[in-house]
Design a protein around this ligand. Structure first.
Ligand SMILES: CC(C)(COP(=O)(O)OP(=O)(O)OC[C@H]1O[C@@H](n2cnc3c(N)ncnc32)[C@H](O)[C@@H]1OP(=O)(O)O)[C@@H](O)C(=O)NCCC(=O)NCCS
Length: 285
């Protein structure tokens, strides 16, 4: 009897935890609320590969205000890899995402290094590496660090816009308000000079985003965030071109453990990488 042909369709809400579990099995240690937030903001971002009724693969194609897309969570069930299913799913996701964005919008992704040649064949170009640093949280609280919402959503959203290729208010609001998150900002002479988020994950916490005007502000923010979660396992994803960011990770005792290739389809956005001390997420940008 012929096997049912696979189909690619929107993912159902009850399948999202399955994708999350697969991501955990890959060792990606998703934030406890990451996928639920993304699904709440952009349910059409979740794409399923099914055979009959069975989920056999998936991936996300997140639209940030239709202006910037991000591909993530590309996974085929382990027993079915290497048969071309991933290629089919990936190209359909790219086509679907391009159709969800304004014409010519850039699409980003953080891909595993081994897959860079595959993504290059699909039209992506390597921009830089994003390196994951991990360790145990310990830090000192800066007395001037203020929590959200004492630092207002408006301040954070305006500041965030300088470091991200598109506005992302709905995503950001849920990110800041997720259970268990620590959100701190520092104000300077001209308003906010940096902000950072620590969020609970399957294992420990991840910091992200951490955006700051200078390495000094970033150090005070990271120290304060780590002081809020003492003794927890923590991860920080730093763009490699930010040398001061790499030094800060080392200064806080974090060790390089993993990394991704930040790639773009379309023109690379002109981001101030020297102010990005922690990427928001490898899955949603
Ligand atoms: C990546 C993945 C989704 C591909 O699915 P798949 O069904 O095995 O894909 P295909 O059989 O269509 O192969 C697609 C390409 O991936 C490449 N590939 C898959 N796994 C790879 C690996 N570990 N290292 C290098 N290349 C790999 C294949 O060589 C092929 O490239 P080619 O066309 O240039 O030869 C699947 O291997 C998977 O779930 N991996 C674990 C999760 C993961 O790493 N996802 C990617 C995150 S960026």
């Amino acid at each position: 009897m012929a096997m049912t042909a696979p189909s690619i369709t929107p993912m159902r809400a009850d399948e999202v935890p399955v994708l999350e579990e697969w991501a955990a099995q890959e060792g990606w240690n998703p934030g406890l609320a990451d996928l639920a937030i993304a699904y709440a903001v952009d349910p059409a971002a979740f794409i399923a590969l099914r055979r009959g009724d069975e989920l056999i693969g998936g991936g996300t194609i997140f639209s940030h205000s239709s202006q910037f897309g991000f591909m993530g969570l590309f996974i085929i069930r382990a027993a079915l890899r290497g048969q071309g299913l991933g290629t089919e799913l990936w190209h359909q996701r790219l086509t679907l995402l391009r159709g969800r964005l304004v014409p010519g919008a850039t699409i980003g992704m953080d891909g595993v290094f081994a897959m860079v040649p595959f993504y290059e064949k699909g039209g992506f170009r390597l921009a830089h590496r994003d390196l994951r640093f991990e360790g145990i949280a310990h830090g000192v609280t800066d007395p001037q660090a203020r929590p959200y919402p004492e630092i207002s959503f408006g301040e954070i959203a305006a500041y965030d816009r300088r470091f991200f290729p598109a506005p992302r208010p709905a995503f950001l609001l849920r990110w800041l308000e997720q259970p268990g998150a620590q959100v701190l900002g520092l104000r300077g002479e001209h308003g906010l000079s940096g902000y950072g988020v620590a969020r609970p994950c399957r294992s420990g916490f991840k910091l992200g985003p951490v955006f700051a005007d200078s390495p000094d502000v970033a150090e005070r923010l990271i120290g304060s965030l780590l002081a809020a979660i003492p003794g927890e396992k923590v991860a920080l994803d730093v763009p490699e071109p930010n040398g001061a960011g790499l030094e800060l990770a080392a200064k806080f005792g974090l060790r390089e453990s993993f990394g991704c290739a930040r790639m773009y389809h379309g023109p690379a956005p002109a981001l101030p990488l020297d102010g990005i001390f922690g990427v928001t997420s490898f899955e949603f940008g």
